[in-house]
Every structure is written in structure tokens, then in C-alpha cells.
Design a binder for this molecule. Structure first.
Ligand code: AMP
Length: 172
């Protein structure tokens, strides 16, 4: 089953811009067997590791993170782009390929001593995951792991994320 997942990940060349090969994971979501296999696999890796909160970033991260939080019987915390969360926030600025962006989390979302699993669909350069980890740590949480459906190993994301326990279901 694991090797078949790649059949459900579609390459979209030059999206959202020239030169990027976008990994479209919507065929995974469309198939109930493949989707449940994927979220169960990621969840299994982090079972019994003391996770009590799952943190995901918009937008596709929410799809996987919320289901994984349900499986692991954890709380779910959304991280969003600047200006989207309604309550008081803590923010972090991070580098993108071109320019900078800001991610935010509600100031009361993480409590001291929380054990956090960060979940997203694709691990590419690792910049986003690193920013979310810093945000969680700034709030007093401990990042116990990071889980992804897809890892683009040729972009070397683990170099940026040294020391974190990373699981990805499929690698390119
Ligand atoms: P990163 O470069 O690891 O910071 O990735 C940034 C965000 O963009 C992540 O949330 C990924 O979901 C998304 N992303 C980056 N590269 C791709 C890609 N080639 N295909 C699909 N999503 C991507």
C-alpha cells in the first residue's frame, strides 16, 4: 500500500509559478482507503510518544492535521497567515524563497509543557515547519515530532530541522 501512494500524488508542473513542480495530494483525499491509510500511518508513528496537541498550518495541513489529532485523541491548533485568526496572536516572520511571510497562532493555544506534533502535507525546504516549530517553542510547547505525507528529499529539508523527529510517508 505504501508504495502505491505515489500513484495518488500528481505532479503539476509550473504551479503556482514557473519552475515549481507542485505535488497535488487531492487524489489521496478523494480515495477513502488511501486517505485513511495515509492518516493512520502517520498517526501510528507518533502513537505512544506523549503527543497532546497537533499543530498544522493552513491550508492543506489542516486536512491531515485535524484527522490525525482525532486519531491520536489530541487537541488541534491551527497556525494561519497574518490577520486570519480572530483572537490575540503570537507571530513569527520567516523567509520564503522570495521575500518573507508571517505565521500566527492564538496566544493561549499552547500551554507550558504541551507535547506538540506538527503536521503538514508536503515537507519541501523545511522553512515553514521550522517557523511553526519556533512558534510552538516560543509559546512554551515542546515539539515531539513532525509528520508529513510527502517529503521532497532533494530540497534537503532535514538539514534545517536537525534534532526533530520527522516522519514522512512518501519521499521523492
Ligand atoms: P517549505 O518549503 O517546506 O517551507 O514548504 C512550504 C509550504 O508549501 C508547505 O506547507 C508545503 O505544503 C507547500 N509546498 C512547498 N513546495 C511544494 C510542492 N512542490 N508541492 C506542494 N506543496 C508544496
Amino acid at each position: 500500500m505504501k508504495k502505491d501512494i505515489k500513484n495518488y500524488i500528481r505532479d503539476i508542473p509550473n504551479f503556482p509559478k514557473e519552475g515549481i513542480i507542485f505535488k497535488d495530494i487531492t487524489p489521496v483525499l478523494k480515495d477513502p482507503i488511501v486517505f485513511s491509510f495515509a492518516v493512520n500511518e502517520i498517526s501510528s508513528y507518533f502513537t505512544n510518544k506523549g503527543v497532546n496537541k497537533v499543530v498544522s498550518m493552513e491550508a492543506r495541513g489542516f486536512i491531515f492535521g485535524s484527522v490525525i489529532s482525532y486519531i491520536l485523541k489530541c487537541g488541534f491548533i491551527p497556525v494561519r497567515k497574518k490577520g486570519k485568526l480572530p483572537y490575540k496572536t503570537i507571530s513569527i516572520e520567516y523567509e520564503l524563497e522570495y521575500g518573507k511571510d508571517i505565521l500566527e497562532i492564538h496566544e493561549d493555544a499552547i500551554e507550558n509543557g504541551d507535547n506538540v506534533l506538527i503536521v503538514d502535507d508536503v515537507l519541501a525546504t523545511g522553512g515553514t515547519a521550522k517557523a511553526v516549530a519556533s512558534l510552538v517553542e516560543k509559546c512554551g510547547g515542546k515539539v515531539v515530532g513532525m509528520g508529513f505525507l510527502v517529503e521532497l528529499t532533494f530540497l534537503n529539508p532535514r538539514k534545517k530541522l536537525e534534532g526533530y523527529d520527522i516522519y514522512s510517508l512518501v519521499k521523492y
